[in-house]
Design a protein around this ligand. Sequence first.
Ligand code: C2E
Ligand code: MG
Ligand code: MG
Ligand code: MG
Length: 293
Amino acid sequence: RAKHAGSNVFRFYSPEMDADATRRLALESALRSALDNCELAVYYQPQVSLDSGRLIGMEALLRWHSPQFGTVSPGEFIPLAEDNGLIVTIGEWVLKTACRQARRWLDLGIGSPLRLAVNLSARQFRQADLTRMVGHALSDSGLPAAALELEITESAFIDDVDQAIAMCHALKKLGVKLSLDDFGTGYSSLSYVSRFPFDKIKLDQSFVCDIIENPVNAAIATAAIVMARSLNLAILAEGVETEAQARFLRGRRCDAIQGYLFAPALPVNEFEQLLTGRQTLPIADLPSVGENT
Ligand code: C2E
Ligand code: MG
Ligand code: MG
Ligand code: MG
């Protein structure tokens, strides 16, 4: 089959390629009206401190429930929206929606002292008016700037590092926090990361998923934690699914975790229940640092 041939080989038409392209086009067209048709929703995934076992914040994650396609994964539609530029409008909607929601939880007395993390795509990051847009989202919602954290991946600054550093500083001037998402998947060296005014590093889930069985990933995770601590950055591990992983990370002095061990991204009402009933999380029962690691 031509589809599975090497990349330098001329690709012949195949029915699968046709199906992929057709789905892509149909998804793009459906995504264009998804916002107006109220098919998009922001879900919230808890972030938990490994010291205290307490909730420290939540990441806003976009969900698309399409009448035509069912639930479409962000892994599929975010890259599409990034390519066709829709991510700029959608991303602004996510930020505004999440900031208003976080403000509402503060008003209800259940939102403090949590920090809201929102993803910024590379395309958004290159918008000249990004700081103005973020400033608007804050003033419009009344969310204190210090309660907002923007997550950026390396792909946002490979093009022009100096300009990216300037953008990060402009964002920091608003009073928001910055985190480096999916750390370890790109090419970030220690010196490179330290040039940016990040507050936090998010260790990518690809290192966390087999941290117990895979000594290489365990070593990489440990090195990332040591690096973050020596640069005075907070470090959070993504994709923590088991107690063994949480214990390992706590033993290595990782600050916080996010993952199915505690909860997936939840719709507003479910996250609100979690906020209302919060305090002791399962993680608080983990053995203390050093035990079993
Ligand atoms: P991300 O920012 O690295 O988000 C973490 C992803 O890991 C989320 O996938 C989350 O649901 C998933 N996850 C969390 N805990 C676990 C776990 O224990 N195990 C596993 N296997 N996965 C876990 P999701 O929601 O499918 O989002 C995928 C990516 O799409 C995000 O990666 C982010 O890059 C992008 N994305 C999602 N929402 C937005 C958004 O509003 N704006 C932008 N620009 N990108 C977004
Ligand atoms: Mg993220
Ligand atoms: Mg990530
Ligand atoms: Mg990711």
